[in-house]
Design a protein around this ligand. Structure first.
Ligand SMILES: NC(=O)c1ccc[n+]([C@@H]2O[C@H](COP(=O)([O-])OP(=O)(O)OC[C@H]3O[C@@H](n4cnc5c(N)ncnc54)[C@H](O)[C@@H]3O)[C@@H](O)[C@H]2O)c1
Length: 175
């Protein structure tokens, strides 16, 4: 018999239709008071909806996430968080947004909460990617794992059919 080592992820997972409404409680649970919402330009509307759930606990929406996490986008997000006095990040979106959260977590002590809206699964892997110029580098580090992952299946209902199909295939490939 072959031995192996298994290390489980330290994340807390909250799952259920409509659990987005519990997001403010999850931020409080982490001891945070000032959340910066991360998302893509295309999902800014959702980002603003999420920020409105927090009321005064939201310091802003950074809607600049793009695929493959350019280092300058991650740096600019950290600078924006410092400028706004954020003490946690809420990444709302697909693998691109979650990837931005992971890149930030690599160099920042503030906790990340992930709210996935695709099936990419990045929120539960210690793998991160960063693109410098035209070169994408990937790495593995448990520091990038979100502290909390909140899955609300209702958030996937707006996915266009083509992205839904591609993302579903991606999830099966991961499995
Ligand atoms: N590190 C990992 O373990 C891991 C795993 C899987 C994917 N990834 C990375 O994730 C990226 C791809 O992520 P993805 O496939 O989730 O796509 P994505 O995050 O790039 O999203 C694609 C587009 O769909 C939009 N979108 C996302 N969810 C939506 C929704 N519910 N409704 C409407 N629009 C929505 C986004 O705003 C974006 O415009 C790649 O960079 C890939 O390398 C990383």
């Amino acid at each position: 018999m072959q031995g192996f080592v298994y290390q489980s992820a330290p994340s807390r997972v909250v799952f259920g239709a409509g659990v987005l409404a519990q997001l403010p409680d999850e931020v409080v649970r982490l001891g945070a008071r000032r959340a910066l919402v991360l998302t893509t330009p295309e999902q800014r509307g959702l980002g603003e909806r999420v920020a409105s759930l927090f009321g005064e606990r939201a310091v802003g929406v950074y809607a600049q996430a793009v695929m493959h996490v350019p280092t300058e986008v991650a740096r600019a997000a950290r600078e924006e968080a410092t400028r706004l006095g954020a003490d946690c990040y809420v990444a709302v979106g697909g693998g691109s947004t979650i990837g931005l959260g992971k890149a930030i977590a690599l160099e920042s002590p503030q906790p990340i909460i992930a709210v996935p809206t695709t099936y990419a699964g990045s929120e539960v892997t210690p793998i991160y990617g960063l693109t410098e110029g035209r070169l994408k580098k990937t790495g593995r580090d448990t520091r990038v794992l979100p502290r909390t992952v909140l899955y609300d299946p209702e958030l996937t209902l707006t996915l266009p059919a083509d992205i839904s199909a591609a993302s579903g295939m991606n999830a099966m490939a991961h499995a």
